[in-house]
Each structure stands twice: as structure tokens, then as C-alpha cells.
Design a protein around this ligand. Structure first.
Ligand code: SF4
Ligand code: SF4
Length: 188
């Protein structure tokens, strides 16, 4: 079986054009806003947080709180410098089981507005040589979990061309099952 040649992830990684990736809808799990909600708890997406950033967006109070042992908030006054680790955002609320952002219609930190595939420079970040992989690898409930963005026309978006090298030999890209079916039919 050709499928046996590929290292499988579950769910399989999806290779999408930028337009397709951006057309997906956030499921409002809220895992990217509060590491305590994430599965597993403690997973986080921001590279680092600083409790003194974005206070202007939260009436002068800390907006993005670092979490320490036991996922308990760290007192900003006792914290010096950037925090690399779990966090929660004071603007996050849950309503009827869905995540809500109190700042959504106003001004949010730039990281929030761009995450995970909506950064203003997405077109520049995405190339066939260096596909853009959404920073959702620690958030399996996220809509964009295991999504990699490719530019329009990229070979990997073509199930047949992406599996053949220039000399006609097979290469082993990571392909979703739908592409594997097409490939199996083509070589049979
Ligand atoms: S500002 Fe809104 S989107 Fe950003 S982390 Fe807080 S709740 Fe989430
Ligand atoms: S983790 Fe993904 S799906 Fe969940 S709220 Fe954040 S962006 Fe939306």
C-alpha cells in the first residue's frame, strides 16, 4: 500500500492555499486565549508574554497574565521580564460553552488579530520553498490544527505533481488521505 510509505499523523496535516485557510471559521474553543482551557492544559501559543504589555487595552490592568506552577496566575509585581509559558487573557469570557473576546470589536493585541493565518504579511510569509505552518501544533482543538499554508499553484496542492520528482521518481511528502487515494489511482 502506498499509504504505508507515509508517516501518518492523526488527524492528517492539511495543505491549503492561503484563501482556503483564511476561509475556515474559528470554532471558538478559546484554547489560544487561556492555557487553562487547552487540551492538554498548559499548552500555549504566544512565544512570550509580558504582564506589562497591553495594559492600555485593559484599563491599566494586566491583560495577558502569565501562569506558573499549577497554572496559577503569577503576580505581575513579582515578575520581571518576558514570560515564556502558559498564560490567560483577562479579556476572555466563556458564553454558552464558546469562547468570547471582550476586545474583539475593538483593539486587540496584534498577535490576536493575526493568529493563526491572518497576519497582514501572510502573502509574504508563504512560499513554496518555505510553507507557512500555523502555530497551532499544541492546540489540537483549533480549527487550524495541523494546517500548512502554501501559495496558489504550489505543487503540493496538486496531488499527482506533488508526489513526483522532476525525474519521475516518487518523493515522500506528507499527504492527506484524499491525496493518497488520488495518487493510488494514478499509479495503479
Ligand atoms: S485579547 Fe481577545 S483574542 Fe486576544 S488573547 Fe485576549 S481574549 Fe483572546
Ligand atoms: S484555538 Fe483556534 S479555533 Fe480555538 S479560539 Fe483560537 S483560533 Fe479559534
Amino acid at each position: 500500500m502506498i499509504a504505508d510509505l507515509f508517516v501518518e499523523e492523526s488527524p492528517a496535516r492539511r495543505y491549503l492555499s492561503l484563501a482556503t485557510a483564511q476561509a475556515l471559521a474559528c470554532n471558538r474553543c478559546g484554547d489560544c486565549c487561556d492555557s487553562r482551557r487547552a487540551v492538554p492544559p498548559g499548552a500555549f501559543t504566544w512565544g512570550s508574554t509580558d504582564p506589562y504589555l497591553y495594559r492600555d487595552l485593559n484599563h491599566g490592568e494586566t491583560l495577558v497574565w502569565p501562569l506558573g506552577a499549577g497554572l496559577r496566575p503569577i503576580d505581575p509585581a513579582a515578575h520581571v521580564g518576558p514570560h515564556v509559558g502558559p498564560f490567560y487573557c483577562a479579556a476572555f469570557r466563556e458564553e454558552d460553552g464558546l469562547g468570547c473576546c471582550r476586545l474583539y470589536d475593538g483593539q486587540r493585541p496584534p498577535t490576536c488579530a493575526g493568529f493563526p493565518v491572518f497576519y497582514s504579511d501572510m502573502a509574504e510569509r508563504t512560499s513554496e520553498d518555505e510553507p507557512f505552518t500555523a502555530a497551532t501544533g499544541s492546540l489540537p482543538r483549533c480549527t487550524w490544527f495541523r494546517v500548512t499554508v502554501l501559495p496558489d499553484g504550489a505543487r503540493l496542492l496538486d496531488p499527482v505533481a506533488s508526489a513526483l520528482d522532476s525525474d519521475g521518481t516518487y518523493v515522500l511528502p506528507e499527504l492527506p488521505p484524499s491525496m493518497l487515494d488520488d495518487l493510488a489511482a494514478w499509479v495503479s
